[in-house]
Write a protein that binds this ligand. Structure first.
Ligand SMILES: [Fe+2]
Ligand SMILES: [Fe+2]
Length: 313
């Protein structure tokens, strides 16, 4: 699915905002104003809007920007597992709120999909939606019924079908959880921070899709995801590693949770992770707190292509 291809040459300097796990922290007016202040070319949502938070998904879908989203484990909180269905506040015989969310986003939902944005020369490819992370195949019935996918191998094959259909020169991978291969320490990008011994909690099929895409010779502008929140459970004196440039690919974890900061004077700061691209190559990534009331931005550089080393916290 794509916007219309036109004869105009695509824009080469791009500013892309990534909205980390929202978990109900969305302010319809303020977030729209903040994105307008940032003057972004595209907005990416890494999922976990809330626990099947239809209103927030509806609001994101209505934003007047090119956008792509992938659903997280919380976006099927009351649907994907027997455990969740037992806690459901609604009757599944009467409502399918996961389907409502799909319908609201339409082709902007890229989980197991691809959205071509020819005016930006970017194809956004989604990994496995609703991921909980880790090396165990979870939510078997749900993934089989919704996507016809029954194991990691079938999951990889479906992602690669989308990669092969991508029309633009540059690929952005959008996942809910990140890929394996980014470290095994608890504070690594997808590290198990609830276990002092750590372990890699990335998605193995996602890592394989990235490797196979590189082997096809496609340019991967960057890989972004959320799910593994910045605050760590095993220690409070540092944050999770948020960004990593590894084997010529930029990996960006955008899970700033909570993403709204409220101040006594009524001001509210909204967090976005911003990546700038030039001709499909990443130039810089920043965590930006935008105050749409005062029209101010506080930027923290997470990575810059001109500097080799960056602090991870
Ligand atoms: Fe989350
Ligand atoms: Fe999540």
């Amino acid at each position: 699915m794509s916007e219309h291809f036109s004869s105009q040459s695509p824009k080469t300097e791009l500013k892309i905002a990534i909205v980390g796990d929202i978990h109900e922290q969305w302010d319809a007016t303020g977030d729209r104003q903040a994105l307008e202040l940032l003057e972004v070319d595209c907005v990416l949502f890494v999922g976990d809007f809330g626990n099947e938070a239809i209103e927030i998904v509806e609001n994101a879908a209505a934003l007047p920007f090119p956008k792509a989203a992938i659903f997280g484990n919380h976006d099927a909180w009351y649907t994907a597992s027997d455990w969740g269905r037992k806690k459901s506040p609604y009757d599944h015989a009467l409502e399918d709120r996961v389907q409502v969310q799909f319908d609201l986003l339409g082709n902007a939902h890229v989980g197991y999909g691809c959205l071509d944005l020819p005016s930006l020369n970017i194809s956004v490819i989604g990994s496995r939606p609703f991921s909980w992370g880790g090396g165990k195949w979870k939510n078997k019935k749900f993934l089989s019924e919704r996507f016809g996918v029954n194991n990691f191998d079938e999951s990889l094959k479906l992602m690669m079908r989308r990669v092969e259909s991508a029309q633009c020169d540059n690929v952005i991978f959008l996942g809910h959880n990140g890929p394996t291969g980014l470290g095994t320490a608890p504070e690594d990008m997808c590290g198990r921070d609830w276990d002092p011994l750590g372990g890699d909690f990335g998605d193995p099929d996602f890592e394989q899709a990235i490797t196979a895409t590189k082997e096809l010779g496609k340019n991967i502008s960057f890989v972004t995801f959320g799910h593994m929140h910045y605050t760590l459970r095993h220690r409070k004196d540092r944050l999770r590693t948020r960004i990593k440039h590894q084997d010529q690919i930029l990996y960006v974890n955008a899970a700033q949770v909570p993403r709204l900061k409220n101040y006594p004077n009524g001001d509210r700061h909204h967090a976005f992770t911003v990546v700038t691209l030039n001709d499909g190559q990443p130039q810089k990534s920043e965590l930006v707190w935008v105050n749409p009331i005062q029209n101010t931005q506080e930027c923290q550089t997470l990575w810059d292509c001109h500097q080799l080393e960056f602090a991870s916290s």
